[in-house]
Unconditional design. Structure first.
Length: 375
């Protein structure tokens, strides 16, 4: 295995922590007169309102890292090996994902058969398995983002190969493509708001053509990072304090206004990746100590993919079987159980599924370039 970048893993850790906290169930404590639960509700409210921006952070980071591999391969070899790229991505994504789907489906069937309750949504599992959740619906609230990433993993190397063959893999092509994707996303979300006035998660938020601009902004940053790093970093460093303040100011409304607000669903989805991407590059370059040396954030980041897969399944089981009532004790038990089991399940899946598969991949399908972080 290649040496991992601690800062990037800690950034992943921040993102997965936001996602987990975003999905904490506080509905049963809303309006409670208990002082503790009232405080808990106010603490979690901004995270539940805006924690979803962490998915945009994952998108930008993925675009940055994946395109970085392709840029390095192109600079080193003069071309892109699509089949090798896709095989390596498949070893990273598919095993853990399909094991998760099978185990969660079997568990749901067993619970339904012996304890009753809601019948397993078999069609949803099929849509998830075919990466169609973000258009047709699915079982778990997070798998839609894997559909977006899967499309990106296919489209990006095709884009690179086409641009290389036309001798157009250059800044102007990338910027034009990014602006086109932004426009497609904005027009698509406006159209969805007009045709479906009542907010719908899939129709207004999750569809692939709405979200590719976030991943492709990572590609833009990666291009500058690999081909014109001095210009990128000199600009960012010169105005770093202003840029950080501006990015935080841009991101704040996400934690104040709910996602079905038209401004958030149409405009913020377009500008969030810009703010997150600039903060990402500054963090990678400066390597702040709280990211570089924070072992627990690093641990969460290393296991972030598996935690992302397993936490909604665990949360759903707890909500059904350990519903947090209107008492501090029950809410604390639910919260700690949810966080602890999600991390344990993710770390276990990483150790016994992801790492052995990646070891096999790196042994039999070696990377053609030498990146600084294992992907």
């Amino acid at each position: 295995m290649l040496k991992r970048d601690a800062t990037i893993d800690s950034i992943r850790g921040v993102a997965i922590l936001l996602v987990i906290l975003h999905h904490v169930n506080v509905q049963v404590i809303q309006g409670s007169t208990d002082p503790f639960l009232n405080i808990a509700n106010h603490i979690f409210k901004p995270l539940i309102t805006g924690g979803w921006v962490a998915v945009d952070l994952f998108f930008v980071l993925s675009g940055f890292l994946i395109s970085g591999l392709l840029f390095k391969e192109y600079k080193s070899k003069g071309n892109i090996d699509f089949s090798r790229f896709f095989i390596r991505r498949s070893f990273k994504i598919y095993p853990g994902f399909f094991v998760f789907l099978v185990i969660s489906l079997i568990t749901s069937v067993v619970i339904y058969h012996f304890f009753g309750g809601e019948r397993p949504y078999f069609k949803g599992y099929m849509y998830d398995a075919l990466f169609l959740h973000n258009y047709l619906g699915g079982v778990y609230i997070t798998t839609w983002s894997l559909d977006v990433e899967e499309a990106f993993y296919i489209l990006l190397p095709i884009f690179f190969i086409a641009a290389i063959s036309l001798k157009k893999l250059q800044r102007s092509t990338l910027v034009t493509t990014y602006l086109l994707l932004v426009l497609i996303g904005i027009i698509g979300r406006i159209t969805a708001n007009i045709n479906i006035p009542k907010y719908n998660f899939l129709s207004h938020y999750a569809q692939t053509h709405f979200r590719l601009d976030a991943l492709f902004f990572g590609v833009i940053l990666s291009y500058f990072y690999h081909y014109d790093k001095s210009l990128l970093m000199n600009t960012l460093i010169r105005y770093s304090h202003f840029i950080m303040a501006l990015c935080i100011l841009i991101l704040l409304p996400n934690f104040i206004f709910i996602r079905d607000n038209n401004w958030v669903s149409v405009v913020m989805l377009a500008i969030n990746p810009l703010a997150l991407g600039l903060l990402l590059i500054l963090a990678i370059e400066y390597k702040p100590l709280f990211l570089e040396k924070c072992s627990w954030l690093n641990f969460l980041g290393v296991n972030s993919y598996a935690i992302y897969l397993w936490h909604p399944f665990i949360n759903d089981l707890l909500i059904r079987n350990l519903i947090p009532g209107r008492s501090p004790q029950r809410f604390i038990i639910y919260l700690l159980t949810y966080l602890l089991i999600s991390v344990i399940a993710g770390a276990t899946a990483t150790k016994y599924i992801e790492k052995p598969i990646l070891y096999f991949r790196d042994k039999h399908f070696r990377r053609k370039t030498n990146p600084t972080i294992n992907l």
